[in-house]
Design a protein around this ligand. Structure first.
Ligand code: XMP
Length: 315
């Protein structure tokens, strides 16, 4: 990339040429789409609407933290409630790639409806080079279909514009710095959200169990690493497994769910190493998760598999 200020100038000019009318921006709360939205805001002013979708598949507290991050970045935005639509589309779907396809389709259908309502013809996305490379656009076989690329149905009615399409992560960081946007203090999170962390079919009830377990993993790991003043793992989360397992409380035999905890080190998510966590911390996780979800989670496991052969997410 040229220097970030030249990139910004050219990207803004190009956006003005490419978008004569109105546009909407798919804002996910991550740094890439935030920068795309800021460039669109600079190029198009109030002809561009940044839309953040609450899919019902987000983590605990996520809407609030995204709201704070956008305010800090100076981005005008709206939050759309899409939970019923997404959960409806995912009903009884177990296959991970089919989940991604359906989520991709719902995003696009929702954006098409919003664009029509607002008189927009263009959808601006924060896709960067590794997104389409990993989605089978070039070089690699399709590993997992990223929802913002592979999941787009071929009959999409909107013209897609991707101002960051040729940038790599280090260039994104340089651009963020140039635009005065602090990288959000958050770990990478998959576009399909908690849908790929509830293994198998997703329901509101299972998502709620997953959300609670995931919140506890985030809290405990952040506390433990913060206290020792060492950098947090690349990613750390809970996965709700599609198995039932027997447990006891007092005299009662319960048949609950199993949760797997994952914490990995990585540089670029292409490979990853399962972290060695103190046993004390793992015990705390098992205790807190089972206590917070009595009768629902009866077993907590720790995933010690590297990538490869596993992937970071379970689905
Ligand atoms: P895997 O599980 O393939 O994940 O090792 C590599 C990185 O990508 C994230 N991930 C996704 N991100 N849409 C996304 O935007 C997806 O469908 C998706 N699947 C995985 C994952 O969290 C990790 O950081």
């Amino acid at each position: 990339m040229k220097d970030p200020s030249a990139f910004r100038r050219e990207a803004v000019e190009k956006l003005r040429k490419e978008v004569p009318g109105r546009a909407i921006v798919a804002a996910s709360g991550g740094i890439d789409s935030t920068l795309a939205a800021l460039l669109a805001q600079e190029a198009l002013g109030d002809r561009s609407d940044a839309l953040f979708v609450d899919t019902g598949l987000l983590r605990a507290g996520e809407v609030e933290s995204v709201r704070g991050f956008y305010r800090e970045a100076g981005l005008q935005f709206e939050i759309l409630d899409g939970a019923d639509r997404f959960l409806g589309a995912l009903q009884d779907v177990a296959d991970p790639e089919e989940k991604r396809r359906r989520i991709g389709r719902e995003f696009i259908r929702l954006f098409e409806a919003e664009a029509e309502r607002r008189g927009a013809e263009v959808l601006i996305q924060g896709t960067i080079a590794p997104d389409w490379i990993e989605s089978g656009g070039q070089l690699r076989d399709t590993i997992k279909t990223h929802h913002n690329v592979g999941g787009i149905p071929s009959d999409v009615k909107l013209r897609i514009v991707e101002p960051l399409r040729d940038l790599y992560k280090d260039e994104v960081r340089a651009l963020a710095h140039h635009l005065g946007v602090a990288s959000p203090d958050r770990q990478p999170f998959p576009g399909p959200g908690l849908a790929v962390r509830v293994n198998g079919p997703v329901s509101r009830e299972l998502l709620e169990i997953e959300r609670t377990a995931n919140r506890i993993v985030e809290e405990e790991i952040e506390r433990a690493f913060g206290a020792r003043q060492i950098p947090r793992p690349w990613q750390y989360f809970a996965v709700l497994l599609p198995v039932r397992t027997v447990g006891v409380t007092g005299d009662n035999r319960i048949y609950g769910h199993a949760v797997s905890v994952r914490a990995v080190e990585s540089i670029d998510a292409m490979t990853a190493t399962s972290m060695e966590l103190p046993h004390e911390l793992l015990r705390t996780l098992a205790e807190r998760i089972t206590r917070a979800l009595p009768g629902k989670v009866t077993r907590v496991l720790y995933d010690i598999t590297d990538k490869p052969p596993a992937t970071i997410e379970w689905e």
